[in-house]
Design a protein around this ligand. Structure first.
Ligand code: ADP
Ligand code: 5GP
Length: 192
């Protein structure tokens, strides 16, 4: 029997808000049960349908800043006027037990992961077909008001400038085609 410890894979998914990232991640976790998602901490308000501790850990700004000051985040960023952070303890414990980890991060968090893990972080950028379509999707989702949607669309234009900077790029035009591509890339990363 080999004494070598199993090493888990790291997958980072990055996409402008409204692209379809959460929809695809939900399916991916069902189809690849070996993948564990890192649950981030955030100060943004909870949306209908979200579960505290499952979608995110929803905390106040004061709680977030206290965790940040205690160095409890592997990375953290201010995104669309809210704070988001990845738990250092969760990542360290998961990696120590050889789990495959999935992160849903913005571009700043993705850059931090690349700085920290280098080639071990497999980054998949998901692009919407256009900013106009993104606006339609955000309005149709109906979880944010117009002001928040506008902030997210402005940030999307900046994030889209980075779409060619990562390991894999998928266009989510047709959801079935995009999801098939995501499964193929995931299989490649996991070495199936
Ligand atoms: P994100 O997590 O990237 O912010 P969501 O997964 O919440 O985005 O998707 C935003 C909205 O767009 C949801 O209402 C979702 O059902 C819809 N959506 C996702 N992919 C597509 C697609 N290919 N075509 C049309 N609508 C889509
Ligand atoms: P949302 O509010 O739509 O759930 O997420 C907004 C943005 O924050 C998305 O781009 C999402 O990927 C990103 N995000 C979620 N969790 C984290 C995190 O822990 N760190 C960073 N840097 N970004 C995050």
């Amino acid at each position: 029997m080999s004494n070598q410890k199993k090493v888990g894979k790291l997958i980072v998914i990055v996409a402008p808000s409204g692209t379809g990232k959460s929809t695809m991640i939900k399916r991916l976790k069902e189809d690849f049960p070996s993948i564990v998602e890192s649950v981030s901490y955030t100060t943004r308000p909870i949306r209908p349908g979200e579960v505290d501790g499952k979608s995110y850990f929803f905390i106040t700004r004061e709680e977030f800043l206290a965790m940040r000051d205690k160095n409890e985040f592997l990375e953290w960023a201010e995104v669309h006027n809210n704070f988001y952070g990845t738990s250092k303890k969760f990542v360290e414990d998961s990696l120590a037990s050889g789990k495959n980890l999935l992160f849903d991060l913005d571009v700043q968090g993705t850059d931090s992961m690349k700085d920290y893990f280098g080639e071990k972080a497999n980054v998949i950028f998901i692009s919407p077909p256009s900013v106009e379509e993104l606006e339609k999707r955000l309005k149709h989702r109906g979880t944010e008001n117009t002001q928040v949607i506008n902030i997210r669309l402005m940030n999307a234009q900046k994030e889209l400038l980075r779409k060619n900077d990562f390991d894999f790029l998928i266009y989510n035009d047709d959801i079935e085609n995009a999801y098939k591509k995501l499964c193929e890339i995931t299989q490649e990363i996991l070495g199936y």
